[in-house]
Design a protein around this ligand. Structure first.
Ligand code: FMN
Length: 366
């Protein structure tokens, strides 16, 4: 039998992973009242393998963090308690489970904010009306620019959320510094128009993101902290004029904190002769980063095996394919056909349809 790079074991810090196929963070909009629901137990355990690594859907860090319907939070006692049985069930099957911590910043709107206030951001400029590929259409209202003296409070919200995640049983947390949300709004020069120490130079724009890293690492230990970034992306009208420099700066700074992993989203894919081409622009970052490197965005079995085999990345996170194939590692092992995903149910609130009803291969039925 030919060795399958994606199925080789890997030691990520103190975690012994049995393979390289990671469940990408995936918002599924089925957490009513911002509280994770019991149906998430089945969803996550379906996607758990012994020694497999899972990242949760983005969880809001505070009552100003939310920006979409039915997304979970992790700032109240009730929310923490609701995560516990989900995490326990994943652990019972031998999975390693991190919680992605999120603040949506200006991607939110007054309807999601306490007392109908404006969402907060580094800027008072609203995002343009361009949408994430698969995200539901959202009405947005202009944000309020955070005052300099308010920023430590937001940093502290991430710290407390990390503490809550550990209390809920998660093995660690991932800071959501990607896809046009609050942390990335600060990082990128077409959005961050501040004139204080949190805006202007690359160093200043990364100050808030790195303060979050420092706070969270101090709270739960850097060996339980991962960071997700997407320097090349332009989601939510959030882009940078020099993504290579931004990515390299962040990665080098992350080295100073000794964080466990860096998770980077590939640039958008182009399609050449009917096949998606992953741009593979992450190699300089991968080389510069001391910890575990995770690549995401557009990977299939063949591409994943290639990049792990070549040492371009340590792990590969799968999003849409893992939504529709709960037994993705098994299918990759057997090179079995994959279920197609149905975009129309990515964010619908049904607790079963498009969520836990994708079929398993007969041979890997739970
Ligand atoms: C339904 C859906 C929800 C997503 N939710 C999140 C999220 O909560 N946090 C995040 O960092 N990325 C999120 N993403 C992005 C994915 O993690 C991943 O980067 C993206 O789907 C590209 O990988 P893929 O080609 O393997 O699907 C989401 C993507 C989809 C399709």
């Amino acid at each position: 039998m030919v060795a399958i790079p994606l199925l080789s074991p890997y030691k990520m810090g103190k975690f012994d992973l049995s393979h390289r196929i990671v469940l990408a963070p995936l918002t599924r909009s089925r957490s009513y009242g911002y509280v994770a629901q019991p149906h998430a137990i089945l969803y996550y355990t379906q996607r758990t393998t012994k020694g497999g690594f899972l990242i949760s859907e983005a969880a809001g860090v505070s009552d100003t963090a939310q920006g979409y319907p039915h997304t979970p939070g992790i700032w109240t006692r009730e929310q923490v308690e609701a995560w516990k049985p989900i995490v326990e069930a994943v652990h019972a099957k031998g999975g390693i489970f991190f919680c992605q911590l999120w603040h949506s910043g200006r991607a939110s709107s007054t309807g999601y904010q306490p007392n109908g206030q404006a969402p907060i951001s580094c800027t008072d400029q609203p995002p343009p009306v361009v949408e994430l590929d698969d995200a539901p259409e959202e009405e947005r209202t202009p944000p309020r620019r955070l005052r300099t003296d308010e920023i430590p409070q937001v940093v502290n919200d991430f710290r407390l959320a990390a503490r809550n995640a550990v209390e809920a049983g998660f093995d660690g947390i991932e800071i959501h510094g990607a896809n046009g949300y609050l942390i990335e709004q600060f990082m990128k020069d077409n959005v961050n128009d501040r004139t204080d120490e949190y805006g202007g130079s690359l160093e200043n724009r990364c100050r808030f993101p790195l303060e979050v890293v420092a706070a969270v690492a101090d709270e739960i230990g850097a060996d339980r902290v991962g960071v997700r970034i997407s320097p090349f992306a332009d989601y939510m009208g959030c882009w940078d004029s020099d993504p290579e420099a931004l990515g390299m700066y962040v990665v080098r700074e992350l080295n100073k904190y000794d964080v466990l992993y860096c998770h980077v989203v590939e640039p958008r894919m182009s399609v050449v002769e009917g096949r998606r081409q992953i741009p593979h622009r992450l190699l300089p970052m991968r080389k510069a980063f001391k910890g575990t490197f995770i690549a995401a965005g557009g990977y299939d079995r063949e591409e994943g095996n290639k990049v792990v085999g070549e040492g371009y990345t340590d792990l590969v996170a799968y999003g849409r394919l893992f939504i529709s194939n709960p037994d993705l590692p098994r299918r990759f092992e057997l090179d079995a056909p994959l279920n197609k995903y149905d975009r129309s149910t990515f964010y619908t609130p049904d607790p079963v349809v498009g969520y836990t009803d994708y079929p398993f291969l007969e041979s890997s039925e739970m």
